[in-house]
Design a protein around this ligand. Sequence first.
Ligand code: ATP
Length: 361
Amino acid sequence: MAYLSLKDINKIYPNGFHAVHNFNLEIEQGEFIVFVGPSGCGKSTTLRMIAGLEDISKGEFYIDGNYANEMRPRERGVAMVFQSYALYPHLSVYDNLAFGLSLQGVDEDVIEEKVLATAKILGLSDYLDRKPRALSGGQRQRVAVGRAIIRKVGVFLMDEPLSNLDAKQRVTMRSEITDIHRKVGSTTIYVTHDQTEAMTMADRIVVMKDGYIQQIGTPFELYFKPVNLFVAGFIGEPPMNFINAKVSGGCVEIGGAKHDLGHVIGEDIKAYEGKNIVFGFRPEAITLDKQDGAFEFSANVELTELLGDNTNVYVDMNGDKVILKVDPHRTPKMDTDITFSVPYKSVYLFDAETEEVINKY
Ligand code: ATP
């Protein structure tokens, strides 16, 4: 059995709301797992059940092979870092870090040793005398993380810990948290609604929607092998483009025009003859040049956004709005017609009814 094992976990709140359905996940020791999904999908509820702050309505939870449903929070060996840093404003950074250990009656010498070592890992050694109000948001967040790691617990639980920081601080703290995780090695579960955080930090990501797991996988798997329309649209920025299409005569029909499927998509599509499907491709998968083994489309440029390393081009394809990522040196003019190619191998086809992916790579 894995280090943390969640078997068919369900949460039904006292008002009858079923917030989490049959959640199954095995987490290995030392893994960095991210729960990601839109607001209300059940991420925090699941995290709080793991922490012991919320009862598990149905299912079984094991920590290191031990049945843990009934364990009290402090018996679980978990530490939680919340969105709000929950620091003591009247205590110095040193005392904030030391607080939990003092309560446990740990020896002053040992506390000092641990506080200094933790402050070093977090780059807080020069700030130990300061009060939280004299720290930046990022530094406060590091103290909050420090209060968790100083306890040397087996599992860190983090609920949107970066959401109070500005965009630049978030990028810095993202890498700092993964770096701390590497140094400390504790199993970490991190909750966010931000797919970029999930992609950059996780060993494995759990994508959730409406209380159900949609897919579990590495960032690479989720990006290249999404199992359904939701995951394909949630992972990636700008998101994957989707166009309503139909399978007709073995071809994909888009906006009245038939496109040969080529060899790549082949067999899986035959069962969809005459049915509606969704044609998906990522903004970065296109080229502005003709190429073999690709669909070719024409479109009208509505808006361009130069971002530096690339330009996002918003185009209209007979009423379908899509985004293309292009080399900034080749930014097309607004209100012009362009053609672009989508390689067969970059195309995702989805069942319009079930929203599941049809072509698996
Ligand atoms: P967010 O990113 O907004 O925090 P989340 O994915 O973490 O969202 P949860 O906080 O787990 O979502 O909530 C999941 C669902 O359960 C939501 O629809 C929420 O309204 C509902 N919910 C949360 N707490 C309770 C409660 N105490 N009683 C009833 N329903 C609740």
